[in-house]
Design a protein around this ligand. Structure first.
Ligand code: PEP
Ligand code: MN
Length: 347
């Protein structure tokens, strides 16, 4: 429910509305944007209370209009926050007119590998360095990542090339160490519905990317964002990385590009597209990156490795340096064709 106040509403009028909402044990929030004050109720309102509460609030002085919010998510919705949210990470802005490119290896394997990848993607125009230190692997026998050692390398490489860094946090216990070393936390597709983890990153200020679970609906994905937002962290971004495919023979997942305009319509949060995990094959990554930019994606998250054939994780979907740099030329051309540009330098 959103309570729009009249132009001439006084501070006392606003306080009275907030007080009435809180008396019903509901969360009242002053909403940003617009010339007039609006107050949103961020909790689910019990159905038997809806009509009477709306009537009560409408009768209060200074109230212009009460509207019901149809969506289950509130803080993530455009109804609560009409303008686009931008997330500024050390001068790299996600959600603005510039398309941000984040790239790097799936997993951090060694200093040589990470620094070579960082240098190459930086030279080709990426401003964000990705690299996993804690890897969610299907098999417990597969390479699990370098852990803290990987985080340290990521921080060093980010500093060496003036890049913002993003890395996955798998477990609540690793949040503090990850925040100390990286600029953006990634919640992996497998953890999109790990509610304790979502709540825990919600109590931090660090920007968080929430990957869409391969079986998650758009509403479930936006509710995952709501978990983080509801704990007080406003710096949330969403990443489409492919949903369960009809045919696994040719692609790993199906990149749901229609999710980009849909989420941009329903929500104010920046939308990132990861074509690497979706395609599962480097051959298709450039095409889908270009398509993602044309569809309105705010950023790309792409895997790139010095020697994909030797990668310890996700080599088949990783671009080599040459294919990454070719992809970047296409991304710049498409961005300019749709009236945007590619963000080229950090801070
Ligand atoms: C990754 O980014 O390397 C990763 C594991 O992605 P996802 O969670 O989308 O599978
Ligand atoms: Mn990967």
């Amino acid at each position: 429910m959103i309570v729009a106040m009249a132009n001439d509403a006084s501070v006392e009028d606003v306080a009275r509305v907030v007080e009435n909402i809180r008396q019903h044990r509901l969360v009242a929030l002053e909403l940003p944007g617009g010339e007039r004050v609006a107050i949103g109720i961020a909790s689910a309102i019990p159905p038997d209370l809806r009509a009477s509460l709306a009537e009560l609030l409408e009768s209060l002085s200074g109230v212009s209009k009460v509207t019901h919010v149809s969506r289950v998510y509130k803080l993530a919705s455009r109804e609560f926050h009409s303008s686009d949210t931008t997330v500024n990470v050390k001068g790299v802005v996600f959600g603005g007119n510039e398309v941000v490119v984040a790239a790097g290896p799936c997993a951090i394997e060694s200093r040589e590998q990470l620094f070579a990848a960082a240098e190459a993607v930086h030279n080709a125009g990426a401003t964000v360095l990705r690299g996993g230190a804690f890897k969610p692997r299907t098999s417990p026998y597969a390479f699990q990542g370098l852990g803290l050692e990987g985080l340290k390398l990521l921080k060093e490489a980010g500093e060496a090339f003036g890049m913002v860094t993003v890395t996955e946090v798998l477990d609540q216990h690793d949040i503090d160490a990850t925040i100390e070393h990286a600029d953006v936390l990634q919640i992996g597709a497998r953890n999109m519905q790990n509610y304790p983890l979502l709540r825990a990153v919600g109590t931090c200020e660090i920007p968080v990317v929430i990957k869409r679970g391969p079986s998650a609906t758009i509403d479930e994905w936006l509710l995952a964002a709501e978990y983080v937002l509801s704990q007080g962290n406003p710096n949330v971004m969403l990443c489409e990385r492919g949903i369960h495919p009809l045919d696994r023979e040719h692609v790993r997942y199906t990149l749901d590009l229609s999710a980009v305009p849909v989420v941009k319509h329903l929500s104010h949060l920046p939308v990132i597209v990861d074509p690497s995990h979706a395609c599962g094959n480097w051959r298709y990554v450039a095409s889908m990156s270009l398509a993602a930019v044309a569809a309105g994606a705010d950023a790309l998250l792409v895997e790139c490795h010095p020697d994909p054939s030797q990668a310890l994780c996700d080599g088949t979907q990783s671009l080599n340096f040459r294919s990454f740099s070719e992809m970047m030329s296409g991304v710049k051309a498409v961005a300019s064709a749709v009236g945007r540009s590619v963000s080229l330098a950090a801070g």
